[in-house]
Design a protein around this ligand. Structure first.
Ligand code: AMP
Ligand code: MN
Ligand code: MN
Ligand code: MN
Length: 273
């Protein structure tokens, strides 16, 4: 079993890197990448623990990218997380994220949640603050009935507490990944609500920047979507990646490594490692 996309509590996941590796062992995963949002702080401890338990761990990250007016995600896989370029890139992302957190908090304060930044920060346990942390605050303060409605009513694009963020652009993101020795993969292409033309435009630009592949199977992918993405991979000569995008037992329906099988026509990105 292979899973090249999951989150620890260093970003918006519920489990520690060690607990993710314990779960990987239980689920008979042989190759695992931990890909926290704009953050590699969990990787060092994960590497030590994975080595002890004989799990092959790939160093990963999921970068937030501004592409045209859209927010998309690009995975950096097989990176060296201590590379200077990654370090600098992630400081930029951290600063944008923290500035955004203050702005989201101020919008939510106007909607009735006092001291919102500290509440989100305390749920994030002092680590990076993500929208899921704000969603949890919104629910616990009674402004939404559950996590999904917190996004639907407040945190999704265009909603009352949404704040546009100047993340790195596609070229910058892919370059940071390359300068850190990794390969760039477009994460969960079906989650952006793009038309077929928009998706092709994204792939064209990604190819121009030497992006390596597409995440053909994510935790949410349907069989039809996977075949469509496999066809795009073959047409554009891109590698394919697979990952559950697991966030933890109460946040994800699909368990670690339990995503669908990849269509057979694809060239797996991990064959080159
Ligand atoms: P952020 O990087 O802080 O903007 O948070 C993005 C994360 O929020 C994604 O990786 C998802 O885990 C989560 N997310 C985004 N949109 C939704 C949604 N509509 N419902 C539930 N979770 C969402
Ligand atoms: Mn997430
Ligand atoms: Mn994502
Ligand atoms: Mn993810």
């Amino acid at each position: 079993m292979i899973d090249l996309h999951c989150h620890s509590h260093y970003s918006d996941g519920e489990l520690s890197p060690k607990a993710l590796i314990d779960k990987a062992l239980l689920n008979e995963i042989t190759l695992l990448a931990i890909t926290d949002h704009d953050c590699t702080d969990g990787i060092e401890q994960a590497k030590v623990y994975a080595r002890r338990h004989k799990i092959n761990l790939i160093e990963g990250v999921e970068l937030s990218i501004k592409w045209k007016k859209h927010d998309i995600h690009v995975l950096g896989l097989n990176i060296n997380h201590s590379a200077d370029a990654m370090h600098k890139g992630l400081i930029y992302q951290y600063n944008q994220r923290d500035k955004r957190a203050h702005e989201i908090a101020s919008k939510l304060t106007k909607l009735g949640i006092d001291d919102c930044y500290s509440k989100a920060s305390s749920i994030a346990k002092g680590k990076i603050i993500t929208r899921p942390h704000f969603a949890k605050v919104v629910v616990s303060e009674g402004l939404a009935k559950d996590f999904q409605s917190a996004f639907k009513r407040f945190l999704s694009r265009g909603k009352a507490a949404y704040v546009p963020t100047p993340w790195m652009n596609l070229e910058q993101g892919v370059n940071v990944i390359h300068e850190s020795g990794g390969v760039a993969i477009i994460a969960h292409p079906h989650r952006y609500g793009f038309s077929p033309t928009q998706l092709r435009n994204l792939i064209d630009e990604f190819k121009c920047n030497n992006g390596a592949g597409i995440e053909v199977v994510s935790g949410f992918t349907t069989k039809d979507q996977a075949s469509q993405l496999a066809a795009l991979c073959n047409q554009y000569k891109l590698f394919a990646s697979v990952g559950s995008d697991y966030h933890g037992p109460s946040m994800s329906k699909i368990d670690l490594g339990k995503q669908m099988m990849m269509p057979k026509s694809c060239q797996p990105i991990w064959h080159q490692w």
